[in-house]
Design a protein. Structure first.
Length: 135
C-alpha cells in the first residue's frame, strides 16, 4: 500500500502554479528575484536545492523539493535571488524537478525586461556654492 501511495503521489505530484519577478519593473540597479508558487501532493514540500544558470539572455532555474510519502496538499512559496542584470530582455525557464531519481515535474517560462537605471538611486549631492564669512 505504501509503495502504491508513493507511486501515485509522484506521478505528477508537483506543479508550478505561478512565477513572479520582483521588482515588477526591474532596472540595472535592482537585485532581481524570482518567486515560485508550487503545489505538491505530499506531506512535505520544502525546497531542498536550487540552481540558477545565466547564459546571455536566458536564465535557467532548477528547483527540487522534498517529497513526503503520505498524500496531502502542500504549497511552497520560494524566493530565489537571480542578482543584478544588464539592461536586456530575458527569458527565464523554471524547472520543478527531483534530483534522485531525476524527474522533471513541470516547466514554466516567463519573459521580463530589465531597464537601464535612471541613476537616482546612486545620486550624490554636492554643494558648490560660495561660502561667505562674516567680516
Amino acid at each position: 500500500f505504501l509503495l502504491y501511495c508513493f507511486l501515485i503521489n509522484n506521478a505528477k505530484a508537483q506543479t508550478i502554479n505561478s512565477l513572479t519577478i520582483i521588482p515588477t519593473n526591474p532596472t540595472t540597479a535592482d537585485t532581481i528575484k524570482v518567486i515560485s508558487y508550487t503545489f505538491h501532493a505530499s506531506t512535505v514540500c520544502n525546497l531542498t536545492s536550487s540552481t540558477i544558470n545565466i547564459n546571455n539572455d536566458t536564465i535557467t532555474v532548477f528547483a527540487s523539493h522534498a517529497n513526503g510519502i503520505m498524500p496531502a496538499t502542500c504549497t511552497s512559496i520560494d524566493t530565489l535571488t537571480i542578482g543584478k542584470l544588464i539592461a536586456n530582455t530575458y527569458e527565464l525557464h523554471y524547472y520543478l524537478e527531483n534530483i534522485a531519481p531525476p524527474i522533471t515535474y513541470d516547466i514554466d517560462t516567463i519573459i521580463f525586461t530589465v531597464q537601464p537605471s535612471n541613476g537616482l538611486n546612486h545620486f550624490n549631492y554636492y554643494y558648490f556654492g560660495k561660502l561667505t564669512t562674516p567680516c
